[in-house]
Design a protein around this ligand. Structure first.
Ligand SMILES: Cc1cc2nc3c(=O)[nH]c(=O)nc-3n(C[C@H](O)[C@H](O)[C@H](O)COP(=O)(O)OP(=O)(O)OC[C@H]3O[C@@H](n4cnc5c(N)ncnc54)[C@H](O)[C@@H]3O)c2cc1C
Length: 346
C-alpha cells in the first residue's frame, strides 16, 4: 500500500543537505505503484524516483513528487543448467551491501568486489555500479520495471539496459520513465576471484586460500581507509566520473604531465583518473565554508556540517573550471544534481 511521509529529504540524502520536495511516497510492492499511477495519472516531469539517496545532490526545494520503490525480498533461484551458477532475484528496496552480505552468508560469490557500495538494489543498474575491477553488468541477468506512463511491467535484459561505464539506458533515452522494482543477478557456487586491482592484491597478500568473504573483507577495509563514511561526513562518493579522452589528448597530457594516472580503455581511448587531476590542480582538501573536497580522496566532495546543496554545487563548479583551465579536460558529474529541474554542470 502507498504510504505518504513528510517531505523533508535531509534523512534521504547521504550529503546530509537540507532539502524538501512536494511529497515523498514509499511503496512496498508493485501493485501499489500501479494503483497509484492509475489513480493519480501524474505528469512524468512531476516525478522523481528515489533510492537510498547516495548518488544525489539536492538543491533546496524540489517541486516534484518523490517515489520510492521500497520493495523487499531476496530469492535464490537454483539453475539446473549444468553451470556453476545460482540466480538471485532481489527487491529494489533491499540495501545493496546487505544483499552482498546475504549472498556471502549463503556461500555464493560474484558480488564481493562490490561490497559496501551505499544505496539500494533498484538503483544499481542505473549507473551500472562498479568497484575494484567489477561492474554490475558482469553479474546482471535482467530487471523488472514499471513504466510510469502506463503502469505496465516490463523486463529488461542486459542488452536492453545498454550498460556502459557508470551508464545505462536509464540515464539516457529512458531517463525518468521507469521505476525498477526487481533485479536478478548471477552468482557462483565456486569463486572466480577478481583481485588484479593493485590495492586489493596488496591487501590480500599472504593469503593462502582466497574466499569470497576474504575478498569482501579486503574491499571493505580499503574502502573504509579511503572513503569518508556518509554517516560521519556527508558525501555521495565520487562526485565526478573519470573522463575518457582520445589517444591524441592523452599523449598531450602525458607529455605535459609524465606522472599522469590513466589507462587504456581500448579503441584508442584512455580513462584519466579524475581524482589525480583534482589533486594536481591543488584542490585536494580545498574548503569553502562547510563544503569542500575531501582531504584524502580528491574525487569526493563533502559536507562538513551545514553546507547547502548550492554550496556544494559551487565547489563542484570551481573544481570543474580549474581542471578545465589547467588540463583542457571537462569533468562530468557522476551524481545526479536535482533542483527545480535536473541540472548538469555545463
Ligand atoms: C561513500 C560512497 C561510496 C560510493 N562508492 C561507489 C562505488 O564504488 N561505485 C559506484 O558505482 N557507486 C558508488 N557510489 C554511488 C552510489 O552508491 C551508487 O550510485 C548507488 O547505486 C546509488 O544508489 P541509491 O539507492 O542511493 O540511489 P539514489 O542516489 O537514490 O538514486 C540514484 C539514481 O538512481 C535512480 N533510481 C534510484 N532507485 C531507482 C529505482 N528503483 N528505479 C529507477 N530509478 C531509480 C534515481 O532516480 C537517481 O537517478 C558511492 C556513494 C557513496 C556515498
Amino acid at each position: 500500500m502507498a504510504n505518504s511521509v513528510p517531505a523533508s529529504l535531509k534523512p534521504f540524502n547521504t550529503f546530509g543537505v537540507e532539502a524538501t520536495c512536494n511529497e515523498l511516497i514509499s511503496f512496498n510492492d508493485e501493485p501499489s505503484i500501479q494503483s497509484w499511477l492509475k489513480a493519480e495519472k501524474p505528469a512524468l516531469d512531476s516525478l522523481f524516483i528515489l533510492g537510498g539517496g547516495s548518488n544525489l545532490l539536492l538543491l533546496g526545494h524540489i517541486p516534484l513528487i518523490f517515489l520510492q520503490a521500497n520493495i523487499q525480498g531476496i530469492e535464490y533461484l537454483e539453475q539446473n543448467n549444468g553451470k556453476d551458477e545460482v540466480w538471485v532475484k532481489v527487491g529494489a528496496g533491499v540495501n545493496w551491501h546487505q544483499l552482498v552480505l546475504d549472498t556471502l552468508d549463503k556461500g555464493y560469490s560474484g558480488l564481493e568486489n562490490l561490497s559496501l557500495i551505499p544505496g539500494n538494489v533498484g538503483a544499481a543498474p542505473i549507473q551500472n555500479i562498479g568497484a575494484y575491477g567489477v561492474e554490475l553488468q558482469e553479474r546482471f541477468i535482467n530487471l523488472q520495471a514499471i513504466e510510469l506512463a502506463t503502469g505496465h511491467i516490463q523486463e529488461f535484459s542486459a542488452e536492453d539496459c545498454q550498460f556502459g561505464y557508470r551508464d545505462s539506458i536509464f540515464k539516457k533515452e529512458l531517463k525518468g520513465r521507469f521505476v525498477i522494482t526487481q533485479v536478478t543477478l548471477r552468482l557462483n557456487k565456486n569463486l572466480q576471484p577478481h583481485i588484479e586491482y593493485g590495492p586489493l592484491k596488496q591487501e590480500l597478500e599472504g593469503e593462502t586460500s582466497i574466499t569470497a568473504k576474504k575478498v569482501s573483507d579486503a574491499v571493505i577495509a580499503i574502502r573504509q581507509s579511503k572513503l569518508p563514511d556518509p554517516a560521519q561526513l556527508g558525501n555521495a562518493g565520487s562526485f565526478f566520473k573519470n573522463p575518457i579522452v582520445t589517444e591524441e589528448q592523452y599523449q598531450m597530457l602525458l607529455d605535459a604531465f609524465p606522472e599522469l594516472v590513466a589507462y587504456s580503455v581500448g579503441s584508442g581511448h584512455y580513462k584519466i583518473a579524475a581524482g589525480w587531476l583534482i589533486e594536481k590542480a591543488g584542490l585536494k582538501g580545498y574548503r569553502q565554508g562547510d563544503a569542500g573536497v575531501h582531504e584524502k580522496q580528491a574525487l569526493v566532495l563533502v559536507n562538513y556540517g551545514h553546507a547547502s546543496g548550492q554550496d556544494i554545487l559551487q565547489v563542484a563548479g570551481q573544481v570543474r573550471d580549474k581542471v578545465l583551465e589547467l588540463f583542457g579536460v571537462k569533468l562530468e558529474p557522476e551524481v545526479w544534481i536535482i533542483g527545480e529541474q535536473q541540472i548538469f554542470l555545463s
